[in-house]
Write a new protein. Structure first.
Lengths: 349, 455
């Protein structure tokens, strides 16, 4: 990048410009975009070194690595955008092992014709999210595909982190008797996104809950190192995530519907569309399974953190060879909370 | 059977439109089917249209009824007798499963899930027709989200056709309301838009509204593929089946009447069933307490030897129903001689088609759609399950070959279907409730009976 001599080239037009094929060609245009956009926004010593990789020292302990591709429509939504989402998503995947996330990589697939103003907005949002999380984006890649072969922008991020000594958090460690906790209200992200889809025409004040949860996790792990399982209920929502853990651990679960926190507006929007909030995506919530005797202490720690203020104990694990997740309904009956079937589609009946 | 919710009108707008609110969520809807609505009124909303006004006084009376529910249910049910109650409507099936209501009922009350789910009863051949339109006629096919996953012939569905078949890709758009389909046609003047219309009496009036609007707008690129069906004909078909009427081998004592369908057609059409077949009917709302209250009312009628039409859902259902909506439907649609229902076969005078007067908006006429019946999987017991002959867990492909991911029969298609509801919400009970498994031979024979019944 340093060989691009400033002053001889017109700066990238972030007001009216659009992504074109040269931005991914490996030539000057690409170098200029990287320098004026990505480097300027993410600015750190590893990017300034201008290598195709990032070289860093690793603290002692077990390392964790996670990757996540982000495709979301619309790209901008109340409470966030694809940029901060792509940072939070991967930071959270790393954090769900109890790890402290250290570094991120980011890979962009841009569609020819995509407005550079939008791209800048997204990259700035990513940079801010990474700064707030204290996890730098240390290496990256940019490719451009022809118009019609992408959907504006796709972002893949990868993260690495280190797990503290004595922490062993895994989806196969849920045991009969464990308590099930959730860090806050469910369904906010999915409903915020859906309300933006033009065909549905909703007006709501629901915002995506997208957030980096590693701070909350650090506080939880510090209080109770022996947390059994942690997971962020993204696609498929709470129901699908709990079914995954039930299968991995070979246990059953019983939830109490009344204890599950759902915002009134989310409940209402779900009613409009015939959806179930338990299956709607979240981007800033976590589910925690721990021994029953640790549940109250963890709940207190979670509630003391801004991202866990509405945390609740929502159920318990029991033995069940069939690995069913069940729920006592608000009405006193029982039912299964099954895996998501197909995709959640608005329905008329 | 129809997803509809009470919403509060907060603002009246031009062109029969209004802004409504539910728990802080706002949406613009159409008031074309209801008269005399004021700000502050509650209406029942279905596919973007208000279908009936809610009566606040009646709502309070119902609340008062609920108060006595806990104490009296146990007292009314006579332990030595059995009660077989069919909830016709898929919405009730869903509510019963979703809230685990059968756990709360005495063991001698058996609920039979009826055929009142519009997606479930849509025959394979009609979905084949829709897929053909979208794949081979180059149209934009606008469909409610429910229909997208319904399995058609050759392992296809609208969702799969949208993803592509060979070199062809179907342009299928999901709409929330019939009004959205009309808008698609306005926004794409160079394309032909076909609205894949399904549903019972609740969903039919919104289709009638957009056909008339299309005429007023002079649209030439908008047609409707009409698959609207009628509730009373299906109930009559079940009551007329030999097992129920002649042999009495299927005990069917009473009906819970549909909620939202009844807001449109009223309670009057059920009077015939009470008189002719001596079956009590109680029309019920979709709240769990509504369903429990309706069951209690039916138990009382049966105990006292009465067979009447009672209305638990009086806050939204009158005897006459929504006359404005009925007139609109009568203006645009006429009866079909016969229509195939998935699981029930051909049912005479059970569906609607578009009148010749509106032929320009009839996809069947414009594209010369020819209907070809396609049989369900041979092992499928949907016909027997819809009539109360069998329970979902009695079908040998239930939960094995036939699952919500890969449905074979109609009852597994929508979450309102008897099999899907049991699979999704209730199958944990099967482990502790071993039921006799029918032999393959036996179920084959039942399959044949099913065909005989329909003719």
């Amino acid at each position: 990048m340093s060989n691009v001599r400033k002053g001889y080239i017109r700066p990238v037009d972030f007001k009216h410009g659009r992504v074109d094929m040269t931005h991914g060609s490996g030539g000057r245009a690409m170098a200029q975009l990287i320098e004026e956009l990505f480097l300027a926004a993410f600015d750190n010593e590893w990017l300034r070194a201008a290598n195709d990789n990032a070289c860093f020292a690793v603290p002692n302990g077990r390392m964790v690595m996670a990757t996540d591709s982000h495709v979301v429509s619309p790209l901008f939504f109340p409470g966030g955008d694809i940029g901060c989402l792509s940072v939070h998503g991967t930071v959270n995947d790393v954090a769900m092992s109890g790890a402290r996330p250290l570094y991120l990589s980011a890979s962009f697939i841009l569609e020819e014709g995509f407005p550079l103003a939008d791209l800048k907005r997204i990259v700035d949002s990513m940079a801010q999210a990474a700064r707030e999380a204290g996890v730098p984006i240390v290496t990256g890649d940019t490719k451009v595909v022809e118009q019609g072969k992408g959907d504006g922008v796709f972002i893949t991020t990868t993260g690495v982190g280190v797990v503290p000594e004595g922490v062993n958090i895994s989806g196969d460690r849920a045991r009969p008797g464990d308590a099930i906790l959730v860090s806050g209200t469910l369904g906010d992200h999915g409903v915020a996104i859906m309300a933006q889809r033009e065909s549905l025409g909703f007006e709501t004040s629901i915002r995506s809950d997208t957030a980096a949860l590693h701070g909350l996790v650090a506080a939880m792990v510090a209080a109770v190192p022996d947390i059994h399982a942690l997971r962020d209920p993204t696609r498929g929502g709470l129901a699908t995530t709990l079914n995954e853990i039930a299968r991995q651990s070979g246990v059953g679960m019983m939830l109490r519907e009344e204890a599950i926190p759902v915002r009134q507006e989310v409940e209402a929007a779900c009613e409009f569309l015939g959806l179930d909030p338990l299956y709607v995506a979240n981007e800033g919530k976590l589910i925690c399974l721990c021994a029953a005797e640790h549940a109250d202490e963890l709940l207190a720690v979670m509630r003391a953190h801004p991202l866990g203020a509405e945390a609740a104990i929502i159920g318990a694990v029991h033995e069940d060879p069939q690995h069913f997740v069940q729920m006592e309904t608000g009405f006193g009956g029982k039912r299964i909370v099954d895996w998501l079937t197909g995709e959640q589609l608005p329905r008329i009946c | 059977m129809c997803l509809a919710i009470p919403v509060k009108v907060v603002e009246l707008r031009d062109g029969d439109q209004a802004m409504v609110d539910v728990g802080g969520v706002r949406k613009e809807i159409s008031l074309a089917l209801v008269d005399g609505i004021a700000v502050g009124d509650y209406v029942i909303l279905h596919v973007g249209f208000a279908i009936q006004k809610l009566d606040a006084e009646e709502a309070e009376k119902t609340l008062a009824l609920f108060a006595e529910l806990d104490e009296s249910m146990g007292g009314e049910v006579q332990p030595e007798r059995r009660y077989h109650i069919m909830e016709f409507c898929g919405g009730h099936t869903h509510a019963i499963s979703r809230y685990g209501l059968s756990d709360l009922l005495p063991d001698n009350i058996r609920l039979i899930h009826g055929p009142g789910c519009p997606v479930c009863v849509l025959p394979i051949g009609r979905i084949d027709n829709a897929i053909d339109l979208a794949l081979n006629k180059g149209v934009i096919l606008a469909s409610y989200g429910d229909c997208l996953r319904v399995p058609a012939s050759g392992g296809l569905s609208l969702l799969k056709a949208k993803a592509g078949v060979g070199n062809l890709r179907a342009d299928v758009r999901m709409v929330y309301s019939s009004a959205d389909a009309l808008k698609l046609a306005q926004d794409n003047p160079g394309r032909e838009v076909v609205f894949f219309a399904i549903g019972f009496e609740t969903t039919t009036p919104p289709t009638a509204v957009v056909i008339q609007q299309a005429e007023r707008l002079g649209l030439t690129n908008f047609t409707v593929f009409c698959n609207h069906v009628l509730t009373p004909s299906a109930i009559a078909n079940i009551l007329e089946s030999p097992e129920v009427r002649l042999h009495g081998t299927v005990p069917l004592d009473a009906f819970i009447g549909p909620a939202h369908v009844s807001t449109v057609i009223g309670s009057q059409p059920y009077e015939h069933f009470a008189e002719e077949y001596e079956k009590p009917v109680v029309i019920a709302g979709f709240e769990p307490l509504d369903v429990m209250q309706a069951i209690l009312m039916l138990v009382r009628q049966l105990n006292e030897g009465r067979a009447e039409v009672e209305n638990e859902f009086s806050r939204a259902v009158t005897r006459e129903g929504n006359v404005k909506a009925q007139n609109l439907v009568a203006e645009v649609f006429e009866l079909r001689k016969s229509f195939e229902w998935r699981g029930l076969n051909e049912v005479p005078y059970s569906a609607l088609r578009i009148k010749a007067k509106y032929a320009a908006f009839d996809a069947e006429r414009r594209y010369g759609i020819e209907y070809k019946s396609v049989a369900d999987n041979k092992a499928c017991e949907c016909g027997a399950i819809l009539r109360g002959l069998k329970r979902p867990q009695d079908c040998k492909i239930f939960g094995t070959v036939c699952t919500p991911e890969n449905p074979m029969g109609s009852c597994m298609v929508s979450s309102e279907g008897a099999c899907a509801a049991h699979y999704t919400y209730g199958r944990y009970k099967d482990a502790s409730d071993p039921s006799p498994q029918p032999s393959p031979r036996e179920s084959g024979e039942r399959g044949t009976t099913k065909n005989a019944v329909g003719t």
